[in-house]
Write a protein that binds this ligand. Sequence first.
Ligand SMILES: Cc1cc2nc3c(=O)[nH]c(=O)nc-3n(C[C@H](O)[C@H](O)[C@H](O)COP(=O)(O)OP(=O)(O)OC[C@H]3O[C@@H](n4cnc5c(N)ncnc54)[C@H](O)[C@@H]3O)c2cc1C
Length: 422
Amino acid sequence: MSASLWGYSSNEFRKYNALSGDIDVDLLIVGGGFTGCSAALSAAQKGARVALLEAHEIGHGGSGRNVGLVNAGLWLPPDSVEATMGQATGQALNHALAGAPDEVFDLIETHAIQCEATRNGTLHLAHAPRGLKDLEARHAQQCARQAPVALLDAPETARRTGTDAYCGALHDRRAGTVQPLAYVQGLARAAQDCGADIYARSPVNALTHDGDKWQATTSAGMVRAQKCLVATNAYHLGIDGFEEVRSAQVSFFQLATEPLADGLGDDILPGGEGCWDTALIMSALRRDAAGRLIFGAMGQPEGLGHALHKSWAQKALARLYPALKGQAFSHFWAGNIAMTGDHVPKAIRFGPNALCLMGFSGRGIAPGTRLGRLAAEVLLSGREQTLPLPVLERYRERFCGLRSAYYEAGARTIHMVDRLIR
Ligand SMILES: Cc1cc2nc3c(=O)[nH]c(=O)nc-3n(C[C@H](O)[C@H](O)[C@H](O)COP(=O)(O)OP(=O)(O)OC[C@H]3O[C@@H](n4cnc5c(N)ncnc54)[C@H](O)[C@@H]3O)c2cc1C
């Protein structure tokens, strides 16, 4: 079994040079995920001189490992976003993120990004009657905001998913799916084509401000810039002079089958929606353009967790689709999600003309794309009100290690019990 399906099937890989020597630009971006690449693209389109430094290859972090659900909004329902952030601020963020999938699919079209973009909505699946209650509440909240959502009953959910395991579903027509690594690689390619300097294999090891400009140092060069955006999220590598904004980490793994044979997968997600469920230890389900079935769940597939989570997933998938019992998997990979305590992303000003965006809490494709662009606009224009997030002077998450361990212990317990009793 090989590693990530997304690395295997992307048609958007481009080789970038590592930074060598010293350069001077307007905007320095650290991190080549959705947030950094979207910021680089929009700033370069506006004529700014941009340098993006990525420690590994573009999409190495969460952006290249995720499920590919392009959702409208955060994981939190919109009323909770407003209750958490305050009415006006929460409303502004809800509004900005409701339209964010449009921005993603427009960018894909404008820059002809080859990323298996499918816009048939997503299905939030009720794993149990209490999950359906949650979906009913979400449906009411979204309808109050005129969102194009529909609550599906169990038979319609079974028709759309090919399994009768769910009590119902919330269909959101604004959403869709992408091949996430290809999407982020396409953003980087478009940014470079618009004039941004993109550097891979260039970890920033120090970041300082000399009173006039930021200086980012790598082992082979230096970037000087008036403005700086740090977009390293869960994959942050230590940078001297920059205090890491830590968050709790939730691991999430995925397994992909080979393309399903004709007749075998015809009833499984024939509409091409991407799905996730209402369970506390959440699972996700989707197809790719080649007809593979991709199944994922919370859990860190390392050490003891490897065999446990993998065998649970094989059993759970066979339960959903008995015809797939014994089906071999060709790809198995995982990633870390940066969860903030209140599940809302943060914008932190860590110095003059400098922002860090982090904590997407499992919703980074559309939010990272939109907030990355807006952060670049704020930095270049100085107009902070453009960003639908409060800009914090300092931010600290508490008990990150404990909370990460708690999530993993929960995933292991649920998967172990579920494997034993069913
Ligand atoms: C398994 C999984 C499933 C997910 N599913 C979904 C989903 O279906 N839908 C959705 O919307 N979101 C999903 N998410 C969340 C989403 O992927 C993230 O929120 C998003 O990728 C964050 O993007 P980013 O650009 O901020 O950070 P990242 O993509 O993590 O990019 C940060 C980059 O910074 C680089 N970096 C770190 N330190 C340095 C340094 N010192 N110098 C230079 N570069 C550095 C890293 O190498 C990395 O490439 C998922 C996440 C995971 C892990």
